[in-house]
Unconditional design. Structure first.
Lengths: 400, 82
């Protein structure tokens, strides 16, 4: 309950409406944001209170968080290097682990340069805010993730949005720009909320024909798309034409951290001037080692991707058969649009009652102000897990 | 307001009316958010529609500074060099 009188004219006054919204969510059942998981039982199961919950909103696409080699690498890194670096990459925070991971990423993507950051959010912030400077133009997809918008705010470049997944609109906007200044187009391979894939090859063509470079955030798609899992850029045959690729270690890589790779060697220079890269502590030894071990699996093991896509198609068929409309073609992220926030919250609670956790996504975090039930599939899900998910959603459709 | 600005103001009012459920007279000093109850998400769509109509691109920084109807008209005028 917000204390209006106590917070009047304070920094908290502006949060009154937000507080009322949170109160309404709580009144409808559990708190869906920042929910407490009491114990993780596996990649796909957790204990919440006394209930065992099937997890279908984790972004743990390949299920590597419990992979024996990944776990062992993290443990060994703590034994060898301790729990933290306690410093910036530019000072005392660059260990052999960070450099080895950068070498592995360059090799994996066939890139000339690679920069590892502490989180995926910071990787975009570090690269975009520094690459595009005063007099330059950043052209971003309207449905871009918050970290891309935040990077634009931090940059001195002028930012122009183009219609989501529309190379035609991008072309129009590029043609309106003055000849002076550099141009950087920013898209995502797979969009995190609606699970739709970008026409990366078309965007590459439009960007380059207008004298722009292109930056593709493959945070959700690495490990899932393309031969050897290099993402949507690889799946569409343009990996060698994309100028910059960013990603995160917090999804398929089963760790925390982020990176930017480029076919341009000059990316290396921004390490010296990028504030989000410089003024933060580097990734922990355990996180770097886990990401490196995961990369080995992602690059060499195709069975996990096959398992993931088998489960994706099973879930997609099951949900559509149950009468639900999925926002995008089959993919590791599936979003189901609900009529409004009230319905979405009620259904999210019903799913939890049935032992199923999905993500609840509501405006302003969603495109087109949609209220969504968002699912992410994992290679660690079994056929029986997917059947359980479908049954839970069938319960919603029947009003159970 | 000169004649061209007046025409643009009328056009903008037409677009705003399509985006608001509040029935009020739209004046230059009308606040798009507070008076017309157009939230940030709706404002996004509104800007896209205006960009289409005038064949312009709003820099993101400029779009976030718009509060009144007049400030919107002024921004469009600046971009289109009216």
């Amino acid at each position: 309950m917000f204390d209006t009188e106590a917070n009047k004219n304070t920094v908290f006054a502006k949060f009154e409406k937000l507080s009322e919204r949170v109160d309404k969510l709580r009144a409808a059942g559990r708190t869906p944001f920042g929910m407490r998981f009491d114990e993780m039982l596996s990649q796909t199961r957790a204990r919440v209170g006394n209930a065992e919950i099937l997890l279908a909103g984790t972004n743990n696409y390949l299920g590597l968080t419990y992979d024996a080699d990944v776990m062992e690498a993290a443990k060994q890194a703590i034994d060898t290097h301790g729990t933290a670096t306690t410093g910036s990459r530019l000072a005392n925070g660059t260990y052999s682990l960070h450099l080895d991971l950068e070498t592995d990423l360059k090799e994996y993507f066939g890139a000339a340069s690679a920069m590892v950051c502490t989180t995926g959010y910071q990787a975009n912030l570090a690269a975009l805010s520094t690459l595009a400077g005063r007099g330059d133009h950043l052209l971003i997809d309207a449905d871009s993730h918050a970290c891309i918008y935040d990077a634009c705010r931090l940059s001195d470049a002028e930012t122009i949005r183009f219609r989501h997944n529309s190379p035609e609109d991008l072309n129009k906007r590029l043609s309106r720009l003055p000849a002076e200044g550099a141009r950087l187009v920013v898209i995502e391979g797979l969009y995190s909320m609606l699970g739709d894939v970008a026409p990366v090859a078309e965007f590459v063509e439009v960007a380059h024909s207008n004298g722009a470079m292109i930056f593709v955030d493959e945070a959700h798609s690495i490990g899932c798309y393309g031969e050897n899992g290099r993402g949507v850029s690889q799946a569409q045959g343009v990996l060698d034409k994309v100028d910059f690729i960013s990603g995160t270690f917090s999804k398929s890589f089963a760790s925390i951290g982020g990176f930017c790779v480029s076919r341009h060697e000059a990316l290396e220079l921004i390490r010296l001037v990028s504030r989000p890269y410089l003024f933060t502590a580097s990734g922990s030894p355990a996180n770097m080692a886990a990401a490196r071990a995961s990369l080995k699996v992602i690059a060499s093991d195709t069975t996990l991707r096959k398992q993931l896509w088998d489960r994706v198609h099973q879930l997609y068929s099951g949900l559509t058969d149950a009468g639900f409309t999925i926002s995008s073609p089959p993919g590791p992220i599936m979003a189901i649009s609900r009529p409004d926030e009230h319905v979405a919250v009620a259904e999210w609670n019903q799913l939890m009652d049935q032992g199923v956790y999905v993500n609840l996504a509501v405006p302003p975090a969603t495109p087109q102000a949609k209220s969504l039930l968002r699912l992410s599939v994992s290679a660690a899900h079994t056929e029986a897990d997917i059947d359980q998910l479908i049954a839970a959603f069938r319960g919603l459709a029947k009003g159970d | 307001m000169n004649q061209m600005t007046e025409t643009m103001f009328d056009q903008i009012c037409g677009i705003l009316r399509a985006h608001t459920k509040v029935e009020t007279k739209i004046e230059p000093e009308t606040l798009i958010g507070a008076d017309l109850a157009i939230d940030s998400v709706e404002m996004f769509d509104l800007v896209m529609e205006i960009e289409e109509q005038y064949d312009i691109s709003f820099p993101l920084e400029e779009a976030s500074d718009i509060d009144t109807v007049q400030s919107l008209v002024t921004a469009i005028e600046r971009i289109t060099n009216v």
